[in-house]
Design a protein around this ligand. Structure first.
Ligand code: GZL
Length: 329
């Protein structure tokens, strides 16, 4: 059983509070300083997925802020344009450069065993952030991420509680095929609607992007039209793209078609506050401080947990209105 540590919810200041279970990084090398003992700059290769969504932009910003020069880091950044083979090549380049540590936000779960083994053989620790991989967990030091299955379950429970007691037709915009975020959200969502009168008419990937979310929703509307009662978009951006398609079809989002999404980025929360979305489950992108702490602890030879899972919350329209102006992303 992997040791895992739940981190307290996101403080509005955007800092990730650590749970009282002692994950305090109390030794030298807190994320806000150099690594204590040696004071040497830590060179970190960060293999990011790309820039597919508002969530990704917020995550990249959080990581760059945490892995700054004043925090004792030299960050080598790569964004793989959502191409798994390019991301594997980026990790291999980091190994060849001899970085001190590698941070990876894996686009997809599979295909990582070989290059992670190469990193291990080169003595370069790998820390996963955001999504995770299917490779054996002895090939990476730790995963700082989110409970995607719980996010999907929370979204599904809201749909089942509100619309599951009468025949309801639903379509799904899935995230990137093969990503742990998409796979686990689907697992959680489907388990939550099981036994209800929710009927899934169709489910296709929109690759977590607005453009593809719009295109796939246009197809759904052409095929099913006003039969569609509810849209579950696995991230805000696909839901935002779907808004354009729904309006172009002469339908009113949030009324004719209820919309539930995951992320809670600013544009999504604005759509929720404006009544175009109906419910959003948060997925906290501000992981940088925790990841930087784990990197420093690993390089200082300290024991770290295999998982650090950041807790999420959820919002309806009234809650979105109340917090919109104070949200850090
Ligand atoms: C979730 C993250 C997903 C977001 C999308 O942690 O991997 O990828 O939900 C992003 O917005 O593109």
């Amino acid at each position: 059983m992997k040791a895992k540590r739940l981190l307290a919810g996101l403080a509005l200041a955007g800092a990730v509070a650590l749970a009282a279970t002692g994950c305090s990084g109390s030794g030298s090398g807190g994320a806000g300083s150099t690594d204590g003992a040696s004071g040497d700059v830590i060179t970190v290769g960060f293999a990011q997925t790309g820039s597919e969504s508002g969530w990704r932009s917020a995550n990249t910003e959080s990581m760059k802020e945490a892995f700054s020069a004043e925090n004792g880091f030299d960050l080598v950044f790569n964004a793989a344009d959502n191409k798994p083979e390019a991301q594997i090549a980026a990790v291999r380049n980091f190994i060849n450069q001899g970085v001190d540590a590698i941070v990876l936000a894996p686009i997809v779960s599979d295909g990582w065993d070989d290059v992670l083994k190469e990193a291990k053989d080169a003595g370069i620790p790998v820390i996963l952030e955001d999504r995770t991989v299917s490779a054996p967990d002895d090939l990476y030091e730790s995963w700082v991420g989110l409970d995607f299955e719980k996010e999907g379950e929370t979204a599904g429970k809201w749909v089942a509680d509100n619309y599951g007691k009468q025949p309801t037709n639903l379509v799904v915009l899935e995230g990137t095929t093969g990503s742990s975020a998409a796979t686990d959200r689907a697992t959680g969502f489907n388990s939550a609607i099981e036994g209800s009168q929710i009927k899934v008419l169709d489910s296709q990937t929109g690759n977590f992007t607005r453009a593809d979310g719009k295109t796939v929703m246009e197809g759904f509307l052409q095929k099913y039209g006003s039969e569609i009662n509810v849209l579950f978009a696995q991230n805000d951006d696909m839901g935002l793209g779907a808004l354009d398609a729904i309006k172009a079809a002469g339908l009113t989002p949030g009324q004719d078609i209820k919309i539930v999404t995951i992320d809670a980025v600013k544009d999504g929360m604005t759509a929720l506050a404006d009544g175009e979305f109906n419910y959003i489950v948060e997925c906290n992108p501000l992981l940088g401080d925790q990841v930087a702490q784990v990197v420093k602890d690993v390089l200082a030879g300290k024991t770290v947990d295999k998982q650090y899972i950041v807790e999420d919350q959820a919002f309806d329209q009234e809650q979105a209105k109340a917090v919109l102006d104070s949200r850090p992303y």
